[in-house]
Design a protein around this ligand. Structure first.
Ligand SMILES: *Cc1c(COP(=O)(O)O)cnc(C)c1O
Length: 389
């Protein structure tokens, strides 16, 4: 079976994990910090905080941006549910603006047209399939509203903005989050990262990741119980606010650090496969790439097609089933979040997001991953060609 996405593990990765298992510590050791430094350096951010998952990263980012009860948080309807759930975790109201039809990223125009920006505390643009959003415009709008920008870059490790800097450098945001789920650019098993250039935000993230207990040289809130007669208690710690246990282990970070060394070769192969798909798809009827423009900057997490199923006379369910019988896995990224029952019960209607809805009717992600061979790719294209014609 050819899946739509898959991680690549080699002997270096195995050795990195085994070394942690042999030598320890298994958690809260140097591998976490080493991986954080490596990611910060790779993306060009001052600080990085590794967490248990991308979802935990979004949750902590919303907290650290000061989003809470009564606030609003705006994201894209075409994303994984975690982007908007971050609002719900902190007691805020999620909201959506439509996507741009040619990029499937949050439309800056739709964002600007939001009727009231009262209490919009954060905006979470999602670099869909790895293609960077129009961050200059989004940041400009956010600034004019006094809202923080948190980039959901779960798809976009290694991607670049138009100016050549890397996604995660936070040149246009307060924070950026990444995911290291095995289907993403590099694998940790489960894991996530938040990058920022803001020192206060960094310190708050460190506390929130671990129960809200003081970190680094956080000033004590209750110094009178930290010692007596000029003697400091060496055991003393303070829980200064409600935090979480969102830490990641050294086992995971050793694996992810090893994976990061291969990221550029992963990206190069993905780019090559994408160019080959683009070329071949031109001659497949009713089919086109879902995203156009600026794709040389993309992290190429997914290869998404838009297929005119109505014109082809083949339903998407039928196409997926036919492909599956040929051992080709496909997926739909994503069902618009406003269509999810929880969000419908909150009053959202997917039909309010016209471009997102039109995209959803036609979307299909076909296999794209480092180990996909040219032969396998030819099989995918040949099968599409056959079924759709
Ligand atoms: C994968 C993903 C997440 C969540 O990451 P996890 O590490 O699985 O928690 C968030 N947003 C988007 C867009 C994702 O694809």
């Amino acid at each position: 079976m050819i899946p739509y996405g898959r991680h690549h593990i080699d002997e270096d990765d195995v050795a990195a994990v085994v070394e942690v298992l042999r030598k320890g510590p298994l958690t809260q050791g140097r591998h976490v910090e080493e991986f954080e430094s490596a990611v910060a350096e790779y993306v060009g951010a001052r600080y990085a905080v590794a967490v248990a998952s991308g979802t935990a990263g979004l949750h902590l980012a919303a907290l650290a941006a000061g989003v809470g009860q009564g606030d609003r948080l705006i994201t894209s309807p075409i994303t994984f549910v975690a982007s908007s759930n971050a609002a719900l975790y902190v007691g805020a109201a999620p909201d959506f603006v439509d996507v741009d039809a040619s990029t499937i990223n949050m439309s800056a125009e739709a964002l600007r047209a939001v009727r009231s920006h009262e209490r919009v505390k954060a905006i979470i643009p999602v670099h869909f399939a790895g293609l960077p959003c129009d961050m200059v415009e989004i940041k400009r709008i956010a600034d004019s509203w006094g809202a923080a920008v948190i980039e959901d870059a779960a798809h976009a490790l290694g991607a670049r903005y138009a100016d050549g800097s890397r996604v995660g450098s936070c040149a246009h945001s307060l924070m950026t989050i990444f995911s290291f789920h095995p289907v993403k650019a590099i694998a940790a098993g489960e894991g996530g990262m938040i990058t920022t250039n803001d020192k206060a935000t960094y310190r708050r993230l460190l506390r929130l990741r671990s129960h809200g207990i003081n970190k680094l040289d956080d000033p004590l809130q209750w110094p009178e119980q930290a010692g007596r007669n000029g003697e400091q208690y060496p055991w003393y710690y303070e829980m200064q606010e409600l935090g979480y246990h969102f830490r990641i282990t050294d086992i995971q970070c050793a694996l992810a650090r090893s994976q990061l060394r291969k990221l550029d070769s992963f990206l190069a192969r993905r780019r090559q496969l994408v160019a080959q798909y683009d070329h071949a798809i031109e001659t497949v009827v009713h089919c086109r790439p879902a995203q156009s423009g600026g794709r040389e900057l993309s992290g190429h997490h997914l290869y998404v097609l838009r297929i005119d199923f109505a014109a082809s006379g083949v339903s998407r369910a039928k196409l997926m089933t036919e492909l599956r019988s040929r051992e080709i896995g496909t997926q739909v990224h994503y069902i618009p979040v406003p269509a999810q029952p929880l969000y419908r019960r909150m009053g959202f209607r997917p039909e309010d997001y016209v471009q997102a809805n039109a995209y959803y009717d036609q979307a299909l992600s076909i296999p794209l991953f480092y180990d996909l061979t040219d032969d396998q790719q030819h099989r995918v294209i040949a099968a599409l060609r056959e079924i759709l014609s």
